[in-house]
Write a protein that binds this ligand. Structure first.
Ligand code: ASP
Length: 412
Protein backbone atom coordinates (compact mmCIF):
# COMPACT_ATOMS: atom_id res chain seq x y z
CA UNK A 1 0.00 0.00 0.00
CA UNK A 2 2.75 2.42 1.04
CA UNK A 3 4.88 1.94 -2.07
CA UNK A 4 1.76 2.26 -4.17
CA UNK A 5 0.86 5.63 -2.62
CA UNK A 6 4.40 6.97 -2.85
CA UNK A 7 4.58 6.01 -6.53
CA UNK A 8 1.20 7.65 -6.98
CA UNK A 9 2.54 10.93 -5.60
CA UNK A 10 5.56 10.84 -7.93
CA UNK A 11 3.28 10.07 -10.86
CA UNK A 12 0.89 12.87 -9.85
CA UNK A 13 3.75 15.38 -9.77
CA UNK A 14 4.99 14.31 -13.22
CA UNK A 15 1.50 14.27 -14.77
CA UNK A 16 0.39 17.52 -13.06
CA UNK A 17 3.51 19.28 -14.28
CA UNK A 18 3.04 18.01 -17.81
CA UNK A 19 -0.67 18.83 -18.24
CA UNK A 20 -0.71 22.17 -16.42
CA UNK A 21 -4.01 24.03 -16.34
CA UNK A 22 -4.64 24.14 -20.07
CA UNK A 23 -4.11 20.65 -21.56
CA UNK A 24 -7.22 18.56 -21.85
CA UNK A 25 -9.19 15.93 -23.70
CA UNK A 26 -12.49 16.34 -25.60
CA UNK A 27 -12.59 19.97 -24.51
CA UNK A 28 -12.30 19.11 -20.81
CA UNK A 29 -9.10 20.15 -19.07
CA UNK A 30 -7.22 17.51 -17.07
CA UNK A 31 -7.05 20.09 -14.31
CA UNK A 32 -10.84 20.09 -13.94
CA UNK A 33 -10.90 16.27 -14.03
CA UNK A 34 -8.33 16.11 -11.19
CA UNK A 35 -10.16 18.83 -9.33
CA UNK A 36 -13.45 16.92 -9.60
CA UNK A 37 -11.89 13.58 -8.61
CA UNK A 38 -10.12 15.20 -5.64
CA UNK A 39 -13.32 16.88 -4.53
CA UNK A 40 -15.21 13.57 -4.65
CA UNK A 41 -12.53 11.88 -2.56
CA UNK A 42 -12.50 14.71 -0.02
CA UNK A 43 -16.27 14.61 0.26
CA UNK A 44 -16.25 10.83 0.78
CA UNK A 45 -13.81 11.29 3.67
CA UNK A 46 -15.62 14.28 5.14
CA UNK A 47 -18.92 12.43 4.97
CA UNK A 48 -17.66 10.04 7.64
CA UNK A 49 -16.30 12.62 10.04
CA UNK A 50 -19.42 13.60 12.03
CA UNK A 51 -20.83 10.08 12.57
CA UNK A 52 -17.35 8.69 13.21
CA UNK A 53 -16.41 11.30 15.81
CA UNK A 54 -19.80 11.14 17.52
CA UNK A 55 -19.97 7.34 17.69
CA UNK A 56 -16.32 7.05 18.77
CA UNK A 57 -16.71 9.52 21.61
CA UNK A 58 -20.19 8.50 22.75
CA UNK A 59 -19.39 4.77 22.79
CA UNK A 60 -15.98 5.42 24.39
CA UNK A 61 -17.37 7.69 27.10
CA UNK A 62 -20.40 5.52 27.82
CA UNK A 63 -17.97 2.77 28.79
CA UNK A 64 -15.45 4.99 30.51
CA UNK A 65 -17.56 7.76 32.00
CA UNK A 66 -18.81 5.74 34.94
CA UNK A 67 -15.39 5.10 36.45
CA UNK A 68 -12.27 7.00 37.37
CA UNK A 69 -10.34 5.80 34.28
CA UNK A 70 -12.03 8.52 32.23
CA UNK A 71 -10.47 11.34 34.24
CA UNK A 72 -7.09 9.63 34.07
CA UNK A 73 -7.30 9.11 30.32
CA UNK A 74 -8.47 12.69 29.75
CA UNK A 75 -5.65 14.13 31.84
CA UNK A 76 -2.98 12.03 30.11
CA UNK A 77 -4.35 12.96 26.68
CA UNK A 78 -4.46 16.70 27.35
CA UNK A 79 -1.03 16.48 28.99
CA UNK A 80 0.48 14.91 25.88
CA UNK A 81 -1.23 17.45 23.61
CA UNK A 82 0.18 20.41 25.53
CA UNK A 83 3.61 18.75 25.66
CA UNK A 84 3.81 18.03 21.92
CA UNK A 85 2.46 21.47 20.93
CA UNK A 86 5.03 23.14 23.22
CA UNK A 87 7.74 20.99 21.66
CA UNK A 88 6.54 22.04 18.21
CA UNK A 89 6.53 25.80 18.86
CA UNK A 90 9.95 25.61 20.51
CA UNK A 91 11.23 23.78 17.41
CA UNK A 92 9.77 26.61 15.29
CA UNK A 93 11.50 29.30 17.37
CA UNK A 94 14.78 27.34 17.29
CA UNK A 95 14.82 26.95 13.49
CA UNK A 96 13.75 30.57 13.01
CA UNK A 97 16.79 31.71 14.99
CA UNK A 98 19.13 29.31 13.23
CA UNK A 99 18.06 30.06 9.65
CA UNK A 100 16.94 33.68 10.08
CA UNK A 101 14.67 33.75 7.00
CA UNK A 102 15.43 36.98 5.19
CA UNK A 103 12.67 39.57 5.56
CA UNK A 104 11.26 40.41 2.14
CA UNK A 105 10.16 43.69 0.65
CA UNK A 106 6.64 44.37 1.86
CA UNK A 107 5.24 46.51 -0.93
CA UNK A 108 5.95 43.91 -3.58
CA UNK A 109 4.04 41.16 -1.81
CA UNK A 110 1.11 42.67 0.00
CA UNK A 111 -2.09 42.58 -2.01
CA UNK A 112 -4.74 44.04 0.23
CA UNK A 113 -7.62 42.37 -1.62
CA UNK A 114 -6.22 38.97 -0.54
CA UNK A 115 -6.27 40.05 3.08
CA UNK A 116 -9.79 41.41 2.93
CA UNK A 117 -11.08 37.91 2.26
CA UNK A 118 -10.08 36.90 5.77
CA UNK A 119 -12.22 38.27 8.58
CA UNK A 120 -10.11 40.15 11.11
CA UNK A 121 -11.16 39.61 14.71
CA UNK A 122 -9.74 40.65 18.06
CA UNK A 123 -8.40 37.95 20.46
CA UNK A 124 -11.33 38.60 22.86
CA UNK A 125 -13.84 38.15 20.06
CA UNK A 126 -12.06 35.00 18.90
CA UNK A 127 -12.19 33.55 22.41
CA UNK A 128 -15.89 34.27 22.90
CA UNK A 129 -16.62 32.78 19.46
CA UNK A 130 -14.72 29.66 20.52
CA UNK A 131 -16.82 29.32 23.68
CA UNK A 132 -20.05 29.82 21.75
CA UNK A 133 -18.96 27.08 19.35
CA UNK A 134 -18.21 24.75 22.24
CA UNK A 135 -21.82 24.82 23.43
CA UNK A 136 -24.01 24.94 20.32
CA UNK A 137 -27.74 25.64 20.67
CA UNK A 138 -28.64 23.02 18.10
CA UNK A 139 -26.62 19.83 17.63
CA UNK A 140 -28.06 19.12 14.17
CA UNK A 141 -27.02 22.58 13.00
CA UNK A 142 -23.58 22.13 14.60
CA UNK A 143 -23.18 18.84 12.68
CA UNK A 144 -24.36 20.45 9.45
CA UNK A 145 -21.87 23.32 9.68
CA UNK A 146 -19.04 20.98 10.74
CA UNK A 147 -18.60 22.58 14.16
CA UNK A 148 -16.26 19.92 15.56
CA UNK A 149 -15.83 21.49 18.98
CA UNK A 150 -19.61 21.54 19.50
CA UNK A 151 -19.95 17.95 18.33
CA UNK A 152 -17.13 16.81 20.60
CA UNK A 153 -18.57 18.61 23.61
CA UNK A 154 -22.04 17.20 23.03
CA UNK A 155 -20.73 13.67 22.45
CA UNK A 156 -18.65 13.75 25.63
CA UNK A 157 -21.64 14.88 27.73
CA UNK A 158 -23.95 12.42 25.97
CA UNK A 159 -21.61 9.45 26.51
CA UNK A 160 -21.03 10.43 30.13
CA UNK A 161 -24.79 10.65 30.74
CA UNK A 162 -25.33 7.19 29.19
CA UNK A 163 -22.76 5.79 31.64
CA UNK A 164 -24.58 7.46 34.53
CA UNK A 165 -28.00 6.18 33.37
CA UNK A 166 -26.57 2.64 33.33
CA UNK A 167 -28.83 -0.42 33.56
CA UNK A 168 -30.65 -1.81 30.56
CA UNK A 169 -31.15 1.57 28.85
CA UNK A 170 -27.50 2.47 29.31
CA UNK A 171 -26.35 -0.88 27.90
CA UNK A 172 -28.68 -0.63 24.96
CA UNK A 173 -27.42 2.82 24.01
CA UNK A 174 -23.77 1.83 24.50
CA UNK A 175 -24.22 -1.15 22.18
CA UNK A 176 -26.06 1.01 19.64
CA UNK A 177 -23.26 3.59 19.45
CA UNK A 178 -20.60 0.89 19.40
CA UNK A 179 -22.32 -0.73 16.44
CA UNK A 180 -22.43 2.62 14.61
CA UNK A 181 -18.74 3.14 15.33
CA UNK A 182 -17.82 -0.31 13.98
CA UNK A 183 -19.88 0.35 10.86
CA UNK A 184 -18.20 3.73 10.27
CA UNK A 185 -14.79 2.10 10.61
CA UNK A 186 -15.84 -0.50 8.04
CA UNK A 187 -16.76 2.30 5.62
CA UNK A 188 -13.38 3.94 6.35
CA UNK A 189 -11.73 0.63 5.38
CA UNK A 190 -13.61 0.68 2.07
CA UNK A 191 -12.56 4.29 1.38
CA UNK A 192 -8.93 3.29 2.01
CA UNK A 193 -9.17 1.19 -1.14
CA UNK A 194 -9.53 4.31 -3.31
CA UNK A 195 -6.89 6.22 -1.36
CA UNK A 196 -4.21 6.15 -4.12
CA UNK A 197 -6.69 7.46 -6.68
CA UNK A 198 -7.83 10.29 -4.39
CA UNK A 199 -4.24 11.22 -3.51
CA UNK A 200 -3.32 11.23 -7.21
CA UNK A 201 -6.12 13.67 -8.09
CA UNK A 202 -5.40 16.04 -5.19
CA UNK A 203 -1.63 16.20 -5.74
CA UNK A 204 -1.89 16.42 -9.55
CA UNK A 205 -4.38 19.30 -9.17
CA UNK A 206 -2.03 21.30 -6.92
CA UNK A 207 0.94 20.74 -9.24
CA UNK A 208 -1.09 21.47 -12.40
CA UNK A 209 -2.36 24.77 -10.98
CA UNK A 210 1.22 25.93 -10.45
CA UNK A 211 0.64 25.92 -6.69
CA UNK A 212 4.19 24.77 -6.15
CA UNK A 213 5.74 27.55 -8.23
CA UNK A 214 4.66 30.61 -6.26
CA UNK A 215 7.64 30.39 -3.99
CA UNK A 216 10.02 33.05 -5.29
CA UNK A 217 11.36 35.31 -2.58
CA UNK A 218 10.10 33.07 0.17
CA UNK A 219 12.76 30.37 -0.11
CA UNK A 220 14.24 30.83 3.37
CA UNK A 221 10.83 31.06 5.00
CA UNK A 222 9.77 27.80 3.32
CA UNK A 223 13.08 26.20 4.27
CA UNK A 224 12.62 27.21 7.92
CA UNK A 225 9.08 25.80 8.11
CA UNK A 226 9.85 22.60 6.21
CA UNK A 227 13.04 21.83 8.17
CA UNK A 228 11.34 22.56 11.51
CA UNK A 229 8.32 20.41 10.63
CA UNK A 230 10.60 17.67 9.28
CA UNK A 231 12.66 17.70 12.47
CA UNK A 232 9.46 17.53 14.53
CA UNK A 233 7.94 14.65 12.52
CA UNK A 234 11.05 12.59 11.84
CA UNK A 235 13.20 13.56 14.84
CA UNK A 236 11.33 14.62 17.95
CA UNK A 237 8.18 12.49 17.76
CA UNK A 238 10.16 9.29 16.99
CA UNK A 239 12.51 10.16 19.87
CA UNK A 240 9.50 10.52 22.16
CA UNK A 241 8.24 7.09 21.06
CA UNK A 242 11.70 5.60 21.55
CA UNK A 243 11.83 6.98 25.11
CA UNK A 244 8.76 4.85 25.84
CA UNK A 245 10.31 1.77 24.19
CA UNK A 246 8.18 1.94 21.02
CA UNK A 247 9.82 1.29 17.64
CA UNK A 248 9.62 4.59 15.70
CA UNK A 249 10.34 2.98 12.31
CA UNK A 250 7.53 0.47 12.59
CA UNK A 251 5.23 3.20 13.90
CA UNK A 252 5.98 5.58 11.04
CA UNK A 253 5.53 2.82 8.47
CA UNK A 254 2.13 1.88 9.80
CA UNK A 255 1.02 5.51 9.92
CA UNK A 256 2.14 6.32 6.34
CA UNK A 257 -1.31 6.06 4.66
CA UNK A 258 -2.70 8.58 7.19
CA UNK A 259 0.26 10.93 6.73
CA UNK A 260 -0.05 10.83 2.96
CA UNK A 261 -3.79 11.49 3.21
CA UNK A 262 -3.08 14.48 5.48
CA UNK A 263 -0.42 15.72 3.06
CA UNK A 264 -2.68 15.52 0.02
CA UNK A 265 -5.92 16.78 1.61
CA UNK A 266 -4.42 19.52 3.86
CA UNK A 267 -7.16 18.65 6.33
CA UNK A 268 -6.68 16.69 9.52
CA UNK A 269 -10.47 16.48 9.93
CA UNK A 270 -10.90 14.87 6.49
CA UNK A 271 -7.99 12.52 7.24
CA UNK A 272 -9.62 11.35 10.47
CA UNK A 273 -11.13 8.08 9.14
CA UNK A 274 -7.77 7.00 7.69
CA UNK A 275 -5.89 8.12 10.83
CA UNK A 276 -8.18 6.02 13.02
CA UNK A 277 -7.74 2.99 10.76
CA UNK A 278 -3.95 3.29 10.97
CA UNK A 279 -3.87 3.91 14.73
CA UNK A 280 -6.04 0.84 15.30
CA UNK A 281 -3.65 -1.03 13.02
CA UNK A 282 -0.87 -0.21 15.53
CA UNK A 283 -2.80 -2.18 18.15
CA UNK A 284 -4.29 0.80 19.97
CA UNK A 285 -7.71 -0.18 21.33
CA UNK A 286 -10.90 1.42 20.03
CA UNK A 287 -11.49 2.75 23.53
CA UNK A 288 -8.37 4.94 23.36
CA UNK A 289 -8.23 5.59 19.61
CA UNK A 290 -11.88 6.68 19.61
CA UNK A 291 -11.21 9.18 22.34
CA UNK A 292 -7.71 10.55 21.66
CA UNK A 293 -7.83 10.95 17.85
CA UNK A 294 -11.13 12.89 17.44
CA UNK A 295 -10.18 15.16 20.32
CA UNK A 296 -6.71 15.65 18.84
CA UNK A 297 -8.17 16.66 15.48
CA UNK A 298 -9.66 19.67 17.25
CA UNK A 299 -7.13 20.44 19.94
CA UNK A 300 -3.75 18.98 19.04
CA UNK A 301 -2.54 21.11 16.12
CA UNK A 302 1.17 20.86 16.80
CA UNK A 303 2.23 21.40 13.17
CA UNK A 304 -0.12 24.36 12.83
CA UNK A 305 1.21 25.90 16.06
CA UNK A 306 4.77 25.58 14.74
CA UNK A 307 3.78 27.18 11.44
CA UNK A 308 1.82 30.02 13.09
CA UNK A 309 4.80 30.77 15.28
CA UNK A 310 7.36 30.90 12.43
CA UNK A 311 4.98 32.83 10.15
CA UNK A 312 4.15 35.43 12.81
CA UNK A 313 7.86 35.89 13.62
CA UNK A 314 8.68 36.18 9.92
CA UNK A 315 5.94 38.75 9.27
CA UNK A 316 6.78 40.78 12.38
CA UNK A 317 10.45 40.78 11.35
CA UNK A 318 9.51 41.96 7.85
CA UNK A 319 7.76 44.92 9.51
CA UNK A 320 11.00 45.73 11.28
CA UNK A 321 10.04 44.49 14.77
CA UNK A 322 13.06 43.69 16.92
CA UNK A 323 13.19 39.95 17.66
CA UNK A 324 13.91 39.93 21.38
CA UNK A 325 13.65 36.65 23.32
CA UNK A 326 10.62 37.96 25.24
CA UNK A 327 8.86 38.84 21.99
CA UNK A 328 9.55 35.41 20.54
CA UNK A 329 8.32 33.64 23.67
CA UNK A 330 5.10 35.67 23.61
CA UNK A 331 4.47 34.69 19.99
CA UNK A 332 5.23 31.04 20.85
CA UNK A 333 2.68 31.08 23.71
CA UNK A 334 0.06 32.78 21.52
CA UNK A 335 0.66 30.16 18.81
CA UNK A 336 0.12 27.37 21.31
CA UNK A 337 -3.17 28.87 22.49
CA UNK A 338 -4.57 29.91 19.11
CA UNK A 339 -3.69 26.57 17.50
CA UNK A 340 -6.12 24.90 19.91
CA UNK A 341 -8.95 27.05 18.58
CA UNK A 342 -8.61 26.26 14.86
CA UNK A 343 -10.29 23.37 13.07
CA UNK A 344 -8.66 20.77 10.88
CA UNK A 345 -9.51 22.31 7.52
CA UNK A 346 -7.23 23.81 4.83
CA UNK A 347 -5.79 27.27 5.60
CA UNK A 348 -7.31 27.42 9.08
CA UNK A 349 -3.99 28.72 10.45
CA UNK A 350 -4.28 31.98 8.52
CA UNK A 351 -6.99 33.22 10.89
CA UNK A 352 -4.87 32.27 13.91
CA UNK A 353 -1.87 34.16 12.47
CA UNK A 354 -4.02 37.26 12.04
CA UNK A 355 -5.11 37.02 15.68
CA UNK A 356 -1.47 36.76 16.77
CA UNK A 357 -0.44 39.72 14.59
CA UNK A 358 -3.32 41.81 15.97
CA UNK A 359 -2.38 40.97 19.52
CA UNK A 360 1.26 41.89 18.89
CA UNK A 361 0.30 45.15 17.16
CA UNK A 362 1.71 44.06 13.78
CA UNK A 363 -0.44 45.07 10.75
CA UNK A 364 -2.67 42.15 9.79
CA UNK A 365 -2.00 42.85 6.07
CA UNK A 366 1.31 41.12 6.72
CA UNK A 367 -0.49 37.80 6.29
CA UNK A 368 -0.33 38.44 2.54
CA UNK A 369 3.41 37.74 2.71
CA UNK A 370 2.79 34.05 3.39
CA UNK A 371 -0.45 33.48 1.46
CA UNK A 372 1.34 32.54 -1.81
CA UNK A 373 2.97 29.53 -0.15
CA UNK A 374 0.23 28.64 2.27
CA UNK A 375 -1.08 25.69 0.29
CA UNK A 376 2.31 24.01 0.08
CA UNK A 377 3.08 24.55 3.76
CA UNK A 378 -0.44 23.54 4.75
CA UNK A 379 0.24 20.09 3.30
CA UNK A 380 3.32 19.78 5.51
CA UNK A 381 1.84 21.14 8.74
CA UNK A 382 -1.29 18.98 8.43
CA UNK A 383 0.99 15.92 8.19
CA UNK A 384 2.62 17.00 11.46
CA UNK A 385 -0.80 17.52 13.09
CA UNK A 386 -1.91 14.01 12.19
CA UNK A 387 1.35 12.37 13.23
CA UNK A 388 1.31 14.18 16.53
CA UNK A 389 -2.25 12.90 17.21
CA UNK A 390 -1.18 9.36 16.36
CA UNK A 391 1.88 9.61 18.60
CA UNK A 392 -0.21 10.88 21.53
CA UNK A 393 -2.73 8.03 21.06
CA UNK A 394 0.10 5.48 20.96
CA UNK A 395 1.74 6.84 24.09
CA UNK A 396 -1.54 6.99 26.01
CA UNK A 397 -2.27 3.37 24.95
CA UNK A 398 1.22 2.35 26.04
CA UNK A 399 0.78 4.02 29.43
CA UNK A 400 -2.57 2.27 29.81
CA UNK A 401 -0.73 -1.05 29.41
CA UNK A 402 -1.93 -1.93 25.91
CA UNK A 403 0.26 -4.25 23.84
CA UNK A 404 1.14 -2.49 20.59
CA UNK A 405 2.09 -3.87 17.17
CA UNK A 406 0.93 -7.40 17.99
CA UNK A 407 -2.43 -7.58 16.30
CA UNK A 408 -5.24 -5.37 15.13
CA UNK A 409 -7.24 -4.21 18.14
CA UNK A 410 -10.60 -5.76 18.64
CA UNK A 411 -13.65 -3.73 19.53
CA UNK A 412 -13.81 -3.26 23.27
N1 ASP B 1 -4.88 22.43 7.47
C1 ASP B 1 -4.57 22.22 8.86
C2 ASP B 1 -5.23 20.94 9.35
O1 ASP B 1 -6.21 20.51 8.81
C3 ASP B 1 -4.97 23.37 9.71
C4 ASP B 1 -4.12 24.58 9.38
O2 ASP B 1 -3.05 24.72 9.98
O3 ASP B 1 -4.47 25.37 8.51
O4 ASP B 1 -4.79 20.33 10.29
Amino acid sequence: MLIKILLTIVLAIVVGNFVGESRGIFGISFYSIFSFGGQLFLQALTLLVVPLVMSALVSGLSQLGGNSSFGRLGLKTIGFYVFTISLAVLTGVFFFNIIHPTPISLGQHIAVEQVNQIAVVSPGEAFSKLLLKLIPSNIVYAAAEGNMLGIIFFSLIFGYAIAKVGGQSGNLLTQFWQAIFQTMMKIAEIIMKILPLGVFCLVAKVVASGGMQSIQGLGYFILTVVLALGFFIFGLLPLLLKCFGISPVEHLKKMMPALITAFSTSSSAASLPVTMECVEGLGVSRRICGFVIPLGTSLNMAGSALYECVAALFIAQSFGVEMTIGYQILIAVLSLITSMGITGIPSASLVAIIIILNTMGVPAEGIALVIPVDRLLDMCRTTANVYSDATCATLVAHMEGEALFNKRALAT
